[in-house]
Design a protein around this ligand. Structure first.
Ligand code: PEP
Length: 262
C-alpha cells in the first residue's frame, strides 16, 4: 500500500468500503502534465485521508508521476502484458510497472477490448500477472449501447466478470470498474437506478465467483463522471468509488470529484 493506498477495500462502518477515486489519463499527458499530479498531491495534504486516490498516466510518465505524487496518492498503469519479460516488442510487464513505483494496473478497459481484441481470457491472464508482480488490478467490465438497449447489460457484465476474474481462495486484492461503453466520454450516464442495479448484480456475481472474498472487492462506476454528477453517483448504494477519464486530466476538475466522496 502506498500513501493513501489502494489495497483491500477497508470496511467503513456499515456504509461499505473506503472509496477509491481513480483517474485514467489514457494516451494523454506530456511531462508538463506532471504539474497536475504535483498540484493534486499538494491539495491532498489538507484533505481527510478517507478516500484512496490513484492516477494512471501513460507509461512514459510513470516514474516521474510517482515522484510528483509524494506518497499522497497511488500511481498506476493502464494495461500490462501477461508475461514478466520476453520478446514482446512495445509491451510493458506488470513487474516493470511495479519496478517503476506503480501500485495498480487497469485491465480490460473497453478501449483495449475493442481496439486490441483483448478477450476475457487475456484480461484474466493480466490479472494473474498483476498479482504475481504485487500490483492491484482494476478490472473493467461494461456493455455496448446495443447490448444496453437490448436489455442484456446484466448478462454481459456477469459473463465478462466470470471470464476476467481468476478464482481466488483468500482475500482478494482487486477492484472491479463498471464502465458502460456508451457512457465513456459521451457525457451520458445510466440512471442512478440502473447503476445501483448493475453494481448490486456485480456484488452478487462476485459472491458466486469468489465467495467471501467478494466483500473486499471495490466496485467503481466509470463513464462521464464529472464534478457536477460525482456526489450523486458516489452516493449510490454499492458504488465504492469512480474510474474517471477526461475529468482526471486536470487537478482542478479531478479534485472536486475526490472531495465529493471525502
Ligand atoms: C474511462 O475511459 O475509463 C472513462 C471513464 O472515461 P470518461 O470519464 O472520460 O468517460
Amino acid at each position: 500500500m502506498i500513501g493513501r493506498g489502494i489495497g483491500y477495500g477497508k470496511p467503513k462502518g456499515t456504509l461499505g468500503m473506503r472509496p477509491l477515486i481513480a483517474g485514467n489519463w489514457k494516451m494523454n499527458g506530456l511531462s508538463a502534465s506532471l504539474a497536475e499530479v504535483a498540484e493534486l498531491a499538494r491539495a491532498l495534504e489538507t484533505q481527510p485521508a478517507n478516500v484512496d486516490v490513484l492516477v494512471c498516466p501513460p507509461f512514459t510518465l510513470l516514474t516521474a508521476a510517482v515522484a510528483a505524487a509524494r506518497n499522497r496518492m497511488g500511481i498506476g498503469a493502464q494495461t500490462c502484458h501477461a508475461s514478466p519479460s520476453g520478446a514482446h516488442t512495445g509491451d510493458v510487464s506488470a513487474e516493470m510497472i511495479k519496478d517503476a513505483g506503480g501500485v495498480a494496473v487497469i485491465v480490460g478497459h473497453s478501449e483495449r477490448r475493442q481496439g486490441y481484441g483483448e478477450t476475457d481470457a487475456d484480461v484474466a491472464a493480466k490479472v494473474r500477472a498483476a498479482w504475481r508482480a504485487g500490483l492491484h488490478p482494476i478490472i473493467c467490465v461494461g456493455e455496448t449501447e446495443a447490448e444496453h438497449d437490448a436489455g442484456h447489460t446484466l448478462d454481459v457484465v456477469k459473463t465478462q466478470l466470470g471470464g476476467s476474474l481468476p478464482a481466488s481462495a483468500g482475500p482478494m486484492s482487486a477492484t472491479v470498474a463498471y464502465e458502460p461503453i456508451w457512457a465513456i466520454g459521451s457525457g451520458r450516464t445510466p440512471s442512478h437506478e440502473e447503476i445501483a442495479g448493475v453494481h448490486h448484480h456485480i456484488r452478487k456475481s462476485l459472491e458466486t465467483l469468489v465467495g467471501p472474498a467478494a466483500a473486499g472487492v471495490r466496485i467503481l462506476y466509470g463513464g462521464s463522471v464529472k464534478p457536477a454528477n460525482a456526489a450523486a453517483i458516489l452516493a449510490i448504494r454499492d458504488v465504492d468509488g469512480a474510474l474517471v477519464g477526461g475529468a482526471s486530466l486536470k487537478a482542478a476538475e479531478f479534485l472536486p470529484i475526490i472531495e465529493a466522496r471525502s
